[in-house]
Design a protein around this ligand. Structure first.
Ligand code: FAD
Length: 495
């Protein structure tokens, strides 16, 4: 991704070489995206009809979170990707949520208000015919290894050079910049700029430049995962499902060829063997010989993503656990923002600091959103969940947000003006807090006033009923993927 983003703008001015170890495999997971991936392919002029079948890709309308809350009526909710139709229902959703927070007995579960939730529930594709002018902002699911191979070929075709070699060590110059890297094959490779995409090894930014690292372990406990594929159903879902288990959560990601499944958990609370057994039980595979793949992961970030003449991208720069599938977005945005700076020739100290601050704010804001999934859980069945709910290691922004919410105030302005708003838009925060059922207890609710009850839910149901039928069955849509229409008019209302 990084090589292609650089090549897109700079190929006529620079030489780009990707070095990749023949002995260190890619992490090989990461099969869900946010809607921004669509912008990545669009900017490269690569059509869905080309890359999706090659990568066994499917559409993603959002994520269902199952069993994170035990509150009646809120044991599952859907975090939707935004759509143009949400402009017609967002106000009603936020109004009802705020009224319920203030004690009115009104329906305020997010699933009822968003077309994406309907499409996901009905296994429909977020792709309406051109005659229906409402676009749904969607993400994708894909086979990570196939996507890597696809992008590799594209990069070569666009002039990127590739060397299979293992970097053994690095030489710094007198000012502490990276002068060259050395390979076990005996080569010394010098360059003006080094981009560290070496995964959790963090060879250059971490090991060579010793850039300080901020761990997120105090509020994101998960540090391991185990993955097992299963066969696809007759029809193909258009959503990721994240189900809370005893010591973490299980992902279920539909591809055209299989489901990717995995359990992300904390080794403080559970052994890898116990996690594998629980995942097998969850998938109905206790007696199956299908092999499981175990992975370790580290959540946190480097303090300077651009340090000296090194830019860190991907896991080398940091990682927030994959609950909302945000890592590829970080790769895309970090690389694209850096290329903009290069194009502007803006490489001074203030650009440097501003860039690092921007990426760090994006990390922190996203981290806070992920932390909220854990902090708001009401499960009492395992020490893991009780420890998450009791965790007081929260950012100041998050504390302010929770306190505004618990006192029935609007959280919109606070989100937009703070770092927590750099990760997720306002409607996502309303969705998570409402979806987890963070409201007064049912016995404390009172009948709504006429003003509070001014929106008619039947009208929203009707609007969504009429809209839903314009979106095709997901499996059929995948079989018929055609070159996409250009959509200059797409506007998303980020409330
Ligand atoms: C459990 C889990 C689930 C995830 N799910 C998602 C998801 O749903 N969505 C999402 O966006 N992201 C997800 N991610 C993150 C995603 O997998 C990564 O961001 C993505 O794969 C990019 O990884 P990377 O290229 O930074 O590192 P890697 O895939 O680890 O690649 C590192 C590269 O560096 C090379 N290398 C290493 N050492 C050397 C050396 N000495 N010399 C030369 N080359 C070297 C390796 O050969 C390899 O090619 C997930 C991660 C985990 C752990």
């Amino acid at each position: 991704m990084t090589a292609l983003i650089f090549a897109r703008s700079l190929m006529d001015r620079v030489e780009i070489t990707v070095l990749e170890s023949p002995t260190v495999p890619i992490i090989g997971v990461g099969e869900g995206s946010t809607p921004w991936l669509r912008g990545f392919f669009d900017s490269l002029g690569i059509e869905e009809s080309e890359w999706m079948p090659a990568c066994h890709a499917t559409y993603k309308c959002g994520i269902t979170f199952a069993d994170w809350s035990t509150k009646p009526g809120f044991t599952s909710y859907f975090h939707p990707f935004a759509s143009m139709l949400d402009n017609l229902t967002m106000t009603q959703f936020v109004h009802n949520v705020e009224a319920r927070l203030n004690g009115a007995n009104l329906h305020a579960h997010p699933d009822r208000f968003f077309i994406a939730a309907r499409l996901a529930a009905g296994r429909r594709a977020p792709k309406a015919p051109e005659s229906f002018p409402f676009d749904v902002w969607h993400g994708y699911h894909f086979d990570a290894t196939l996507l890597g191979q696809f992008l590799h070929k594209k990069a070569l075709a666009r002039g990127v050079r590739y060397k299979s070699c293992h970097v053994s060590h690095t030489t710094l110059d007198a000012s502490g910049h990276i002068a060259s890297v050395h390979t076990t094959e005996g080569e010394t490779i010098a360059a003006d700029l080094f981009i560290d995409c070496s995964g959790f090894a963090s060879l250059l930014i971490g090991q060579a430049l010793k850039t300080p690292y901020v761990s997120f372990a105090e509020n994101l406990f998960n540090d391991a995962a185990v993955a097992i594929p299963t066969p696809m159903d007759d029809s193909i879902p258009s959503q990721t499902v994240s189900t809370a288990l005893s010591n973490g959560w299980a992902w279920k990601i539909p591809l055209t060829s299989r489901y990717g499944n995995g359990y992300v958990y904390s080794t403080q609370f559970c052994t890898p063997d116990a996690a594998e057994t629980e995942l097998r039980r969850h998938l109905g595979l206790l007696d199956s010989a299908v092999p499981a793949r175990h992975l370790k992961m580290k959540c946190g970030r480097v303090t300077r993503h651009w340090h000296k003449n090194c830019l860190a991208i991907g896991l080398a720069a940091g990682f927030i656990e994959p609950l909302e599938a945000t890592a590829l977005l970080f790769i895309q945005q970090t690389a694209a923002t850096f290329v903009e700076l290069l194009e502007r020739g803006d490489l001074g100290d203030s650009a440097h600091d501003h860039f690092n601050q921007q990426v760090n704010d994006h990390f922190e804001g996203t981290r806070d959103y992920i932390v909220t999934h854990y902090k708001t859980n009401t499960r009492q069945d395992a020490e893991y969940w009780r420890a998450n709910a009791a965790n007081r290691n929260l950012s100041d922004g998050l504390k302010k947000l929770y306190s505004a919410w618990m006192t029935g105030k609007s959280i919109a302005a606070g989100i937009s003006s703070q770092v927590i708003g750099r990760g997720y838009p306002v409607f996502s925060w309303y969705s998570i807090m409402a979806g987890m059922g963070i409201f007064p207890e049912p016995r404390e609710l009172r009948p709504p006033t006429a003003r509070e009850a001014r929106y008619n839910l039947a009208e929203i149901d009707n609007l969504l009923d009429r809209s839903e039928v314009n979106y095709p069955d997901h499996k059929h849509a995948l079989a018929a993927i055609a070159p996409r229409r250009t959509d200059a008019s797409l506007q998303i209302y980020f409330w």
